[in-house]
Design a protein around this ligand. Structure first.
Ligand code: GLP
Length: 233
C-alpha cells in the first residue's frame, strides 16, 4: 500500500483528485465511486476541474434497500448532487434500492460489474473497518449482496437522517471479491474516529474481522489519510 498523509480533508481531496486525473490521463474508462462524507472533497476538486467523464462509466459501491433514487438520503441522490450534475458520465450504475426482487437485483448488479471492469475504485472506510457495506465478518468471496447493517454503522449514518429509526437496516453492497478486482484502488480516511480502522487496515492482521485489511493483498492501493486518521500508525 502506498500511504499518503495529508494535513486535512481538503488536502486529501487534492490528492484524491490527482489519482483520478492520472487514471483518466492513462485511459481509465470505468470508475468505481463511493458515497459518504469522505470522498466529498475529491468530488469537489473534480467538479472545479476540466476533467471530462462523458466517455466514461461509473459503478457505485452500494445503495440502501427501500429508498427511492429521488429520496434525498439515497446514494443515487448523493451522487447526482455531489458529482453527476456537474460531471456527467456516459452511463452511471447504482444498485436499485427499490428493486422488487433483491436476489434478481444482486445478479443484475454483478453483471454490470462483470461487463464494466473497474479501472479505479475510490473507497471510504467505516469506523469498524467496513468498505462499501461489507461489515466485519463478511466472507471475502462474496460479490454483490444484501447486507444487514450493524448497529455501529446505523448509528454512524444516523447523522444524515432525521432520527436513528429512519436509517435503513439493509443495503445492497458490492462484495469484497468485486472490490478486489478493481485495477487500482484509493482509500481515503479523515478524522480521529477512523484512526483505529486505519491502523488495523495497514498494520493489523489480514482478517475478515476488519474487512479493509483485505486491501493488504491488492497490488495497487493508494491510501490517503489526514494526520488525525494516521495518529495511531
Ligand atoms: C458508509 C458507506 C461507506 C463509507 C463509510 C464511511 O456506511 N457505505 O461506503 O465509506 O460508511 O462513511 P463516511 O465517509 O461518511 O465516514
Amino acid at each position: 500500500m502506498k500511504v499518503i498523509v495529508v494535513k486535512d480533508q481538503a488536502a486529501g481531496g487534492k490528492e484524491g483528485f490527482k489519482v483520478f486525473k492520472n487514471a483518466l490521463d492513462n485511459g481509465a474508462k470505468v470508475f468505481g465511486l463511493a458515497t459518504g462524507s469522505t470522498p466529498v472533497t475529491t468530488y469537489q476538486e473534480i467538479v472545479k476541474s476540466d476533467l471530462d467523464f462523458s466517455n466514461c462509466t461509473s459503478v457505485n459501491l452500494d445503495e440502501y434497500v427501500g429508498i427511492a433514487p429521488d429520496n434525498d438520503q439515497s446514494y443515487k441522490y448523493f451522487m447526482q448532487s455531489h458529482l453527476f450534475n456537474e460531471k456527467p458520465f456516459k452511463e452511471s450504475f447504482l444498485p436499485n434500492g427499490l428493486a422488487a426482487d433483491p436476489a434478481e437485483e444482486v445478479k443484475r448488479y454483478d453483471k454490470v460489474i462483470d461487463e464494466h471492469p473497474i479501472d479505479l475504485q475510490i473507497l471510504g472506510i467505516g469506523r469498524n473497518g467496513h468498505i462499501g457495506f461489507n461489515e466485519p465478518g463478511t466472507s471475502r468471496d462474496v460479490t454483490t449482496h444484501v447486507v444487514d447493517l450493524t448497529p455501529s454503522t446505523i448509528e454512524a449514518n444516523a447523522r444524515f437522517f432525521a432520527s436513528e429509526n429512519d436509517v435503513p437496516k439493509q443495503a445492497f453492497s458490492m462484495g469484497l471479491a468485486s472490490i478486489m478486482k478493481s485495477k487500482h484502488l484509493i482509500l481515503e480516511a479523515f478524522g480521529e474516529n477512523k484512526a483505529d480502522a486505519v491502523k488495523g487496515m495497514i498494520e493489523g492482521p489480514d482478517t475478515p474481522d476488519l474487512p479493509a485489511s483485505i486491501l493488504q493483498n491488492h497490488p495497487d492501493v493508494t491510501v490517503i489519510i489526514d494526520e488525525a486518521a494516521a495518529s495511531k500508525l
